[in-house]
Write a protein that binds this ligand. Structure first.
Ligand SMILES: [Mg+2]
Length: 286
């Protein structure tokens, strides 16, 4: 068992994940670490605020393998689009209210506090109801395309990945037209780039597994980055990939992770932090 861990600003380590199904162990005190790893810049800690909420007992025999020198190979990064590679502009609450009606929206929202999966929800509707709902959703998405803005840090992060020859993919629940516009406007191309024409869509792991297969890499050599716990992190975890939750506004806390039983491997507040996170924790080898 190899445990991937991080060094906190005060020198203690927090394990993130293990290479097999072994339980994630509890944090190591600084004294067990090689001297060079006993202190780290506070900047690094800010990149990795996700800590395992329930540490497990950690036998001393594992200390030799629990070193920050042990890095896992990462060969590709797959991004969500809306709210991750683009500044969030689609007002999803208004979209859901327009599709469901105010009363039904409130009822469903109450039953699903973590968020509404509108695409799956309307699949059970009659063809006529589905057509009307899709028209509303497409109108909101069209408006989003008109206001399209690249997320700060996206171009720099993609440039960094290109410099390391690390593959870049994209999975979105938006339509192909939106992906084409992104590629065209910002001249940053992701391949494969799967839109909602690819079924089943997130949170199903199928699109991520499809990308891994296309790249001929294993899911555990890939990281899924996205701003949705229930879609992006769920998709990544179900596929067996590393996951990074982009949480710009601090929307998510440990209670959300517990509620959905979904714990991202990393949580960042900006794409700039993904850059340092990748360099610190992974061997970036194509
Ligand atoms: Mg998103």
């Amino acid at each position: 068992m190899i445990c991937f861990s991080l060094v906190n600003f005060n020198g203690s380590t927090w394990p993130l994940r293990t290479t097999d199904s072994s339980p994630v162990p509890s944090p190591l005190p600084p004294k067990y670490l090689p001297p060079k790893y006993r202190t780290m810049p506070s900047r690094l800690f800010k990149c990795i605020p996700f800590l395992h909420p329930k540490p497990h007992p950690f036998p001393l025999s594992h200390l030799t393998t629990m070193s920050t020198k042990t890095k896992t190979r990462l060969r590709g990064v797959v991004f969500d689009m809306d709210g991750t590679l683009t500044v969030p502009v689609i007002d999803f609450s208004s979209m859901y209210k327009a599709v469901l009606g105010e009363t039904e929206y409130r009822r469903i929202r109450q039953e699903n506090p973590s968020g509404i999966d509108i695409l799956h929800l309307i699949e059970s509707w009659s063809p006529d109801e589905q057509r009307k709902a899709n028209e509303i959703i497409l109108d909101f998405e069209r408006l989003g395309r008109e206001r399209l803005q690249i997320m700060p840090g996206a171009a720099e992060l993609c440039g960094f990945l290109d410099s390391k020859k690390i593959r870049r993919g994209l999975i979105t629940r938006n339509v192909k037209e939106a992906v084409d516009l992104y590629h065209q406007r910002f001249e940053i191309v992701f391949s494969p780039a799967l839109s909602r024409e690819f079924r089943p869509y997130k949170p199903d792991p199928a699109p991520l597994l499809h990308i891994c297969s296309t790249w001929d890499v294993q899911p555990n050599e890939v990281m899924m980055v996205g701003d949705s716990l229930k879609d992006d992190v769920a998709c990544g975890k179900r596929a067996g990939a590393f996951t990074c939750l982009l949480d710009e506004k601090g929307r998510y806390g440990s209670a959300d992770f517990t509620e959905l039983d979904l714990e991202p491997d990393f949580k960042v507040a900006s794409l700039a932090e993904v850059h340092s996170l990748l360099e610190t924790n992974f061997d970036l080898m194509p």
